[in-house]
Design a protein around this ligand. Sequence first.
Ligand code: HEC
Length: 127
Amino acid sequence: MNKAITIFFGTIVVIALSGCGDDDSSKQEVKNYKYTTAEVYEKMCAKCHGEKGEGVKKEKGPALNDQEVYELKMGITDIKMGGIGGHSSGTEHEIMEHNMQKIIEKGMDYDTDAMAQYIYENFNINK
Ligand code: HEC
């Protein structure tokens, strides 16, 4: 009888422990983005900001090819944080924030620093 109880509780402990092992919510900071920055730009940003960051008047997307890396970083970080319901510094990025939700839904999430770098390296007209 005692032995059976020990096995019974022992089994519960094992199940509880293995349950913890399967829970990987603690690893969420480590992200693997599904698409490269270039792919995301082409698919999700070019429509409004132009193939080369020159801006698209029809979509009211401002040119990004005259901004410094730090300006891009600030803008993009603000948009991303605001779009996922986090803190936004209160700039006018409503269109972009709405857009960010769609981007994430489509699995097109991206690294903000890498995106700023990509736009600057490839499109900047002042460097
Ligand atoms: C539906 C059109 C649209 C798409 C798609 C879009 N943007 Fe924008 N973006 C805008 C508009 C309009 C603004 C200016 C007003 C605003 O921010 O809401 C803007 C502003 C910005 C700014 C700030 C520029 C400034 O001068 O302050 C950055 C940076 C930016 N977008 C980057 C991106 C990136 C990166 C992507 C792709 C992940 C993207 N945008 C996709 C329309 C778009």
